[in-house]
Design a protein. Structure first.
Length: 166
């Protein structure tokens, strides 16, 4: 199964654990699981870079920018992950705009879109976005047409992925 990981799941790969439900040992277990092909969006690289800068400036992490860049390079050069680029999917900008209408994080909206059109599962911690999507008939109809078996995997990924359609 193809799983697109939201940016939060990638942070432990560069030695940043920003969520107690997801650590480096958890991502190691996921990497070892042969049932999943793992994907990330190219926008996640930008998000990781900018959030890391903010955490450094706030003195919440003690990594250098060089360490952050090396971590990102490790992800980019990994054979365990495949990248999905956002700009190859501009033809569906209306549904992306609809996602943005209901959710304020443009990167999360784009990652969700990329997951639906390219993968079987989207792993995310953003339960607010998922609740908004589940109450939007335009987006639900679109998902049903594009990828009716699409699932969401939330939080620590210990439970099975759930179907987005109610």
């Amino acid at each position: 199964m193809k799983v697109l990981l939201d940016s939060t799941y990638l942070f432990p790969l560069i030695d940043i654990e920003i969520n107690e439900l997801w650590t480096k040992s958890y991502i190691s277990q996921l990497l070892e699981n042969e049932n999943y092909d793992l994907y990330y969006g190219d926008l996640s690289l930008f998000e990781i870079f900018t959030k890391s800068m903010r955490l450094i400036l706030q003195k919440k992490i003690s990594l250098s920018m060089d360490q952050i860049q090396k971590g990102i390079n490790t992800l980019v050069n990994s054979t365990k992950f495949q990248i999905i680029t956002w700009w190859e999917h501009l033809s569906e900008s209306e549904i992306i705009l609809e996602l943005r209408r209901i959710h304020s994080d443009s990167i999360d909206c784009e990652l969700f879109y990329l997951a639906v059109v390219n993968c079987d599962i989207f792993a995310t911690f953003d339960e607010t976005m998922i609740k908004k999507i589940k109450s939007n008939s335009i987006i639900l109809d679109w998902i049903d047409n594009v990828n009716p078996n699409f699932r969401i995997w939330k939080n620590d990924l210990q439970k099975r992925p759930e179907n987005i359609l109610i």
